[in-house]
Design a protein around this ligand. Structure first.
Ligand code: UD1
Ligand code: CA
Length: 451
């Protein structure tokens, strides 16, 4: 049977203490909502409906970025989880399969768990996903009778005996679409929060003689994010998994716990990542690369055989060809570095292209910004750029050319030419000794005055 997802994402997330809607807070640089949507893709849903409220416009944009076909519906007032699901009704018009309700702030539900819910749905009218909570805290409690779920009682409305139950509600449920909306219609708001609780559909279904059950999953999967501390914990869970996946794929992480990955980081086998490396969004690293300690990469591509760092910064648009060397305190932005080229020390290469086999000397800067506009620097193949060369863009250096150390390049350099632009040196014999003596005398006089 076809499946549709309804993902609840209207809540403000007061405890995040943020201007950003809760579901847009990133885990590994990907919004929590997108993680939840990806988890739901395991069911190959025919439709995906996002219920937005707080920050609906931004939530809608993020949802569409993840899945162009996602339908976003608005819940203007947050009157409760049942009211939220009810807003999805029109968007599911004509859909006759199972609806799975997910939460936008519960990003790590496993594929196997969702499949077990759908399997259980074949034998029961309504399926709830529960978990044994180490600390049941304020979760809704599942009141079971054998295999049958009798009702869910919210913490606020629970008796002492009910609060002692440790089998808790994850919030996820599966139900045939038409039945779900029918049950929701019967939900009232006579409870401790004066909210329309989705959890009430359980008792309503039981009263109609329908069959309701609960499927159980690991607590780690139902990890919900309500605070910054939860967000950090969720990120840590993600990082641990992503690192383990890389190790399985044949990547060496010398100190796994110190490497920060993004949800879209791709690293090839036999690549070595030294300690304390940060991967921002949009990084792909091929096989056989070494990323040395304390490097920061984002929006870049590193080809086979390259060595990057220690202490290198690759910014968006950095494109390193095979066997390149990017050394310490080098920043590369919007620039292609040709095969075997080297930028080993203390340089900024931005809005530039560097040809194959070129060597960029220490302290070289592409002066790409004139205060208003950005300009390009184009450096050919097998060029030798002397240390401390300032390349004032726009400028081109031809193949096999050379710049002398300390040169400020303001004009194009033709292939094979040497550019030399520095004032001639003058040596004045004995001057240093005289100058020292004069300065020391001055200091002695001042010290005497002070007493
Ligand atoms: C809910 C469950 C509780 C369960 C817990 C698991 C109900 C009544 N209670 O409680 O049994 O143990 O989740 O985390 O369902 N939302 C909307 N619109 C609303 C209200 C909520 O979109 O009007 C969204 C929130 O953004 C959030 C989700 O629904 O993503 C859950 O809402 P929340 O208020 O956090 O529910 P809990 O009180 O945690
Ligand atoms: Ca919650």
């Amino acid at each position: 049977m076809a499946t549709a997802l309804v993902i609840l994402a209207a809540g403000k997330g007061t405890r995040m203490n943020s201007d950003l809607p809760k579901v847009l807070h990133p885990i590994a640089h990907l919004p929590m909502l997108a993680h939840a949507m990806r988890a739901g893709q395991a069911l190959a849903p025919e439709r995906v409906v996002i219920v937005a409220g707080h920050g609906a416009e931004a939530v809608s944009r993020a949802a569409r970025e993840e899945n162009e076909e996602a339908r976003v519906v608005l819940q203007e007032e947050q009157l409760g989880t049942a009211h939220a699901v009810a807003q999805a009704r029109a968007a599911l018009d004509g859909f006759s399969g199972d609806v799975v309700v997910l939460y936008g702030d519960t990003p790590f539900i496993g594929a196997e768990t969702l499949e077990r819910m759908i399997d259980a749905r074949r034998d029961h009218d309504l399926v709830i996903l529960g978990f044994k909570a180490a600390d049941p805290a304020r979760y809704g409690r599942l009141v079971m009778q054998g295999d049958s779920l009798e009702r869910i009682v919210e913490y606020k409305d629970a008796t002492e005996a009910e609060r002692a139950i440790t089998f808790c509600n994850s919030g996820l449920m599966a139900c045939r679409a038409d039945l779900l909306f029918e049950l929701i219609e019967a939900v009232g708001n006579d409870n401790a929060s004066a909210e329309y609780y989705l959890t009430d559909v359980v008792e309503i279904a039981r009263n109609r003689g329908l069959s309701v059950t609960a499927v159980s999953c690991d607590e780690a999967e139902t990890l919900g994010v309500n605070s910054r501390a939860d967000l950090a914990a969720a990120d840590a869970v993600f990082q641990a998994r992503a690192r383990a996946d890389l190790l399985d794929l044949g990547v060496t992480l010398m100190a796994p716990d110190t490497v920060y990955l993004s949800a879209d980081t791709v690293i090839g086998r036999d690549t070595v990542i030294e300690p304390n490396v940060v991967f921002g969004p949009g990084v792909t690293v091929e096989s056989g690369v070494t990323i040395r300690a304390f490097s920061h990469l984002e929006g870049c591509h590193v080809s086979r055989g390259a060595v990057v760092g220690p202490y290198a910064r690759l910014r968006p648009g950095a494109e390193l060809a095979e066997d390149t060397r990017i050394g310490n305190f080098v920043e590369i932005k919007q620039a292609t570095i040709g095969e075997g080229a080297k930028v080993n020390h203390l340089s900024y290469i931005g809005d530039a292209s560097v040809g194959a086999g070129t060597n960029i000397g220490a302290g070289t800067i592409t002066c790409n910004y004139d205060g208003v506009m950005k300009h390009r620097t184009e450096i050919g193949e097998r060029v030798f750029i002397g240390s401390d060369t300032m390349l004032i863009a726009p400028v081109r250096i031809g193949d096999n050319a050379m710049t002398a150390t300390g040169t400020v390049v303001t004009r194009d350099v033709e292939p094979g030419a040497l550019a030399l632009a520095r004032s001639p040196q003058e040596n004045k014999p004995g001057y240093a000794v005289k100058l020292f003596n004069m300065l020391r005398a001055r200091k002695a006089k001042r010290d005497a005055k002070k007493g």
